[in-house]
Design a protein around this ligand. Structure first.
Ligand SMILES: Nc1ncnc2c1ncn2[C@@H]1O[C@H](COP(=O)(O)OP(=O)(O)OP(=O)(O)O)[C@@H](O)[C@H]1O
Length: 696
């Protein structure tokens, strides 16, 4: 949790930062078995109706350390026993540009407590978002097809992928039918990995929670072989309240609001009326059919706007003429603020009210710079969802920017369809506040890590799912830019999903090989890669890859390796040491080598706590090769996410996954869990960052 989150919690709880940090659940003294699973030990009130919809905690397990493959850890003792030699090595490894380094484990390394970490705030539109009009036109038709191709959809389907998927009226029924027939055809078709024959499978419904339905599958000998979870009533079937055109309209309007050209008073008035009525449609959910490519006659737009707008070009309706678009300008924010206020009151009358559709379960799941995330239950069918209530507009920001940011995040998130991405269902407005409804996931990774219950194989499984989620994003030209434990949520069945696309950015447009570099220090300090501090512009994919490595380290060591990757941070400086270079610049600017399969980080020493070993000696040896390449200081030498998946160790990791979710017509996505591990269930009261703070 960011520092700002902490402050807010402190203010609410009348606590000082210091006391909260000390008392925080992540202290050494926090015994998971005592505190997490014993309801009497903690004074947290969970209403009975919530307990009913939340899963129970499972048994407690040994810590991750006991599940680490011992054969694979670095032989710390033998290195440590080198005695005097170590001092010699240290001298050899310490280079002139680094000050004297303490080889002891630095004191300020502590267990993960992101309370003490501040996240930089993005406050301005980045220059890279400016796209030339010609390019915009040219690419506008390409984007959807590229996205659809990457998803394996037909080209004609591409135009739909930016919309929340259509409700399949029969989805629940279909799921049921298919699951009951699992032994006949569907299972065999889609669950090929399972060592079962179609004749011998018995499917037994044993549990059902928010979105997933669990089935035990038995082999011919009656032995339990694996578990399958049907995503009955899955989120995708719920997004039907949002007609396609509504989203396209919303996205389109989003684009309008960043127009910045001259205009007459008359046209300005006209544009406001039209544009705002279109924003209204976002919330109102009406369907529009007109079509105008003129609306893309932009001179100034953001990458996100552009990407989304271009993907919708084929279908986007536009009631806004290019003339009206030209009316929007930065210095008219005040006018627009007023108009948007009016808009809000109009929306109020026509929008589904959050409070009517969803029942607040009074559980705060988390709180960040974007707003507060709460647990809600849909009145219609009692299904549980996460509701993100966006923070109110700052006095300093214009209404236009405020709305644009929210809609951009929503448009991107609702576009993404992948089992390892949290599904975004709808956006709602009520009483001056904007809400987003998300698929609910029972845990966040931060809470899971801090529970100290996760075992090594489970961590590896989640790690590989994380890589797959990021691969999906990178394959479609998006980078997340704020990957961290808090932004990974995990379902009760062990499926990891990425959330929070507020910082994500397009790095490549469809059919273009040109990399669009990102700029700005965006993300959370300990997960940031070193180059973001060094270069004004950088490849955001490399930042994501680095963050993946930090997350893996955190999962294993339950510590951050450093506060931030700057040489002034003693831990990071230690990590940089011994690499045979004269300056940090030499490290971070090392050009790519010809052989992308080889790690060449310049470190040759064998000291346990120096250079890459500073991190590696805390990790299993089988991960060393890949982690060295992931945490390569030079972004030009850093491995890509696709290359990570080619690594032998990564390939061998047994990963739980959802099958059958990719094909748009497949109505029966199921979860296949691997047998070498089970996924940790923790008490729901402490399963999210929000809950952890309730304790303090
Ligand atoms: N779909 C979800 N299911 C369960 N918990 C969730 C979900 N979405 C968010 N959360 C919880 O809420 C927390 C904050 O969510 P999120 O990152 O979206 O907020 P934010 O305001 O954007 O935070 P940040 O300050 O990182 O930008 C998460 O860390 C997680 O604990």
């Amino acid at each position: 949790m960011s520092f700002s989150k902490l402050l807010r919690y402190n203010q609410r709880n009348n606590k000082t930062t210091a006391s909260l940090t000390t008392e925080h659940a992540f202290s050494e003294n926090w015994t998971p078995s005592a505190l997490l699973s014993d309801p009497t030990s903690i004074d947290v009130n969970i209403p009975a109706e919530i307990s009913a919809v939340l899963p129970p905690s499972n048994e407690s397990y040994d810590s991750v350390l006991s599940s680490l493959p011992t054969r694979s850890m670095l032989k710390i003792n033998s290195t440590e026993s080198s005695g005097d030699d170590e001092g010699t090595d240290l001298q050899k490894l310490t280079t002139s540009w680094l000050e004297k380094i303490d080889t002891e484990m630095p004191e300020n390394i502590s267990k993960i407590d992101s309370n003490i970490i501040s996240s930089p705030i993005v406050s301005q539109v980045e220059a890279r978002f400016i796209v030339h009009t010609g390019k915009l036109r040219k690419n506008s038709t390409d984007f959807a097809s590229s996205f659809s191709n990457s998803l394996g959809f037909s080209k004609s389907y591409g135009r739909f992928i930016f919309f929340a998927s259509k409700k399949n009226d029969n989805s629940a029924k279909k799921n049921h039918t298919i699951d009951s027939n699992i032994g006949n055809h569907s299972f065999v078709d889609q669950g090929r990995n399972l060592p079962l024959t179609s004749d011998t499978i018995i499917c037994h419904d044993i549990a059902s929670t928010s979105a997933e339905r669990e089935y035990e599958v038995h082999g011919p000998d009656g032995m339990f072989t694996t578990r399958i979870y049907s995503l009955e009533g899955s989120i995708s079937s719920l997004s039907t309240n949002c007609p396609e055109d509504t989203y396209s309209e919303a996205i389109h309007i989003n684009t309008k609001h960043i127009e910045n050209t001259g205009s007459t008073t008359h046209s300005r008035k006209s544009s406001y009326t039209t544009s705002l009525s279109n924003i209204k449609r976002l919330f109102k959910r009406t369907s529009l059919n007109s079509h105008s490519k003129d609306s893309y006659d932009h001179t100034n737009t953001t990458a996100d706007d552009y990407a989304i707008a271009s993907s919708l070009n084929e279908t986007t309706s536009s009631c806004v003429s290019s003339e009206s678009l030209s009316a929007m300008s930065e210095d008219e924010d005040n006018d627009k603020d007023q108009i948007i206020q009016t808009l809000y009151s109009n929306i109020d009358a026509s929008t589904d009210l959050v409070s009517k559709k969803y029942k607040d379960l009074n559980v705060v799941l988390g709180e960040g710079s974007g707003g507060q995330v709460k647990l809600v239950q849909r009145v219609l069918d009692n299904k549980v969802f996460a509701l993100k209530e966006y923070r109110s507009k700052n006095k300093r920001e214009s209404e236009r920017k405020y709305i644009k940011k929210i809609i951009s995040e929503f448009c991107i998130a609702s576009t993404l369809k992948n089992p390892n991405i949290c599904e975004t269902l709808e956006i709602l407005y009520e009483n001056g506040k904007i809400f987003q409804i998300l698929e609910y996931c029972e845990y966040d990774l931060f809470a899971l890590v801090m529970s100290e219950k996760m075992q090594y194989d489970e961590i590896c499984c989640l790690f590989k799912q994380l890589i797959n989620g990021v691969k999906y994003l990178h394959d479609i030209g998006l980078s997340h830019r704020d990957l961290k434990l808090d932004n990974c949520v995990v379902t009760q069945r062990g499926i990891l999903k990425l959330i929070d696309f507020g910082a994500s950015t397009v790095f490549q447009y469809p059919l273009s090989s040109q990399l669009i570099e990102a700029n700005g220090i965006v993300g959370s300090d300990p997960y940031l890669s070193p180059e973001v501090f060094y270069f004004e512009k950088y490849d955001p994919r490399a930042l994501d890859v680095w963050a993946i490595g930090i997350i893996f380290f955190c999962m294993i060591a339950r510590r951050f390796p450093w506060k931030y990757p700057k040489v002034k941070d003693v831990q990071f400086r230690t990590f940089c040491s011994g690499r045979g270079v004269a300056s940090f610049k030499d490290l971070v600017t090392k050009p790519a080598t010809g052989d992308s399969n080889q790690c060449d980080d310049g470190y040759e020493g064998g000291v346990i706590d120096m250079g890459p070993n500073f991190l590696l000696h805390r990790l299993p040896e089988e991960s060393h090769n890949i982690m060295r390449r992931i945490l390569e200081i030079s972004p030009f030498r850093r491995i890509t996410v696709n290359e990570i998946l080619q690594d032998d160790w990564i390939k061998e990791i047994e990963m739980c996954q959802v099958v059958g979710a990719e094909a748009p017509k497949d109505a029966s996505p199921r979860i296949i869990n691997k047998e070498n591990h089970i996924h940790t269930n923790i008490d729901q009261r402490y399963a999210h960052i929000g809950g952890m703070h309730e304790r303090t």
